[in-house]
Design a protein around this ligand. Sequence first.
Ligand SMILES: NC(=O)c1ccc[n+]([C@@H]2O[C@H](COP(=O)([O-])OP(=O)(O)OC[C@H]3O[C@@H](n4cnc5c(N)ncnc54)[C@H](OP(=O)(O)O)[C@@H]3O)[C@@H](O)[C@H]2O)c1
Length: 345
Amino acid sequence: MVKAAIAGASGYAGGELLRLLMFHPEVDVVQITSETYAGQFAYFVHPNLRGHTTLQFTSLSELQTCDLLFTALPHGKTWEQIEKYAGMADRIIDLSGDFRLRKPEDYVRWYEHRHPHPEWLDRFIYGLPELHREEMAGAKYVSGVGCNATVTILALNSLYKRGLIRETVVEVKVGSSEGGHRPSPASHHPERSGVVRTYSPFGHRHIAELIQELELDPGKPGLHFTVTSVELVRGALATCHCLLKEPVAERDVWAMYREDYQDEPFVRLVRSKRGIHRFPEPKLLSGSNHCDIGFVSDPDGGRLIVVAAIDNLMKGAAGSAVQSMNVMYGWNEKLGLEFPGLHPV
Ligand SMILES: NC(=O)c1ccc[n+]([C@@H]2O[C@H](COP(=O)([O-])OP(=O)(O)OC[C@H]3O[C@@H](n4cnc5c(N)ncnc54)[C@H](OP(=O)(O)O)[C@@H]3O)[C@@H](O)[C@H]2O)c1
């Protein structure tokens, strides 16, 4: 059994990791950390785990050596201590933004902070198995992926890698759990409940990941990206309006996506002509590691609307991290993740 620890296990992403790893046949979770809840049982914070674990949180300062360390800490916490953590664990999967970008100057541009350990950036593999499976196999260090970046990259990669897109306008609608477990004025119930609130019309940090992974021109990416908070706890829905260089028939788009994703265990193409579930919906993915993708072309084929959905805490965070772990260790990629979302929920 691989002995794993989760730093930041009281958070939403860390809690979801704990839920998944407790039922993973190859992993034994030996330590979980929280500063606020050190000494408390995991189920005090994550009551869904009551009866399944007697683990108690410890402070990060008491972290012990382990085989695999998951860091689910806020941005800017893991990069400070990366040398120390690398000395304590054979492998690390970091869910934050600290090691997602390859170029140190991108941290200055998008995070307004100089990276304290730029020499570590090319040691981390960008944690999207659909794009980096081969590099990830056997890797020691894997980064997480931004949840909004995950859903958008999976939606658009087939079109960008074939050079079909002239310009794209992406609107991502997101649930409140993206903001983490610490309350803020924006998450206070009277302010958050019922909102349709655009909070990032320009300059969202995840654009840096889109430029990097979709290989866009950093100076002129031609991709416009807006994020809006909506009445969901879990979920992200990307609606991508793609203006194509040349018209492409919908059946040809279908063939491209099928070629790219037919063997992917967690990407499903949604193509129902009838009924109410004709396009992906995050609500149907709650608790599952799937990314659902659908599309529709306008009649002249010059504009394609791609719609993709995920659960931000699963395929957007903990689920993808477990999938990456399976690839790193050479296990079946679906291990510990083979269940659908809830319906109805
Ligand atoms: N939420 C998402 O949808 C999502 C998706 C993808 C990636 N991520 C990334 O995953 C990471 C965790 O996100 P989250 O939403 O789970 O955040 P969160 O709910 O706020 O949890 C943060 C965790 O870090 C701990 N922590 C906070 N400040 C700390 C400090 N100074 N020293 C040590 N531990 C500290 C917290 O412990 P306490 O109990 O002491 O507060 C908590 O366990 C972030 O980097 C985020 O960007 C999140």
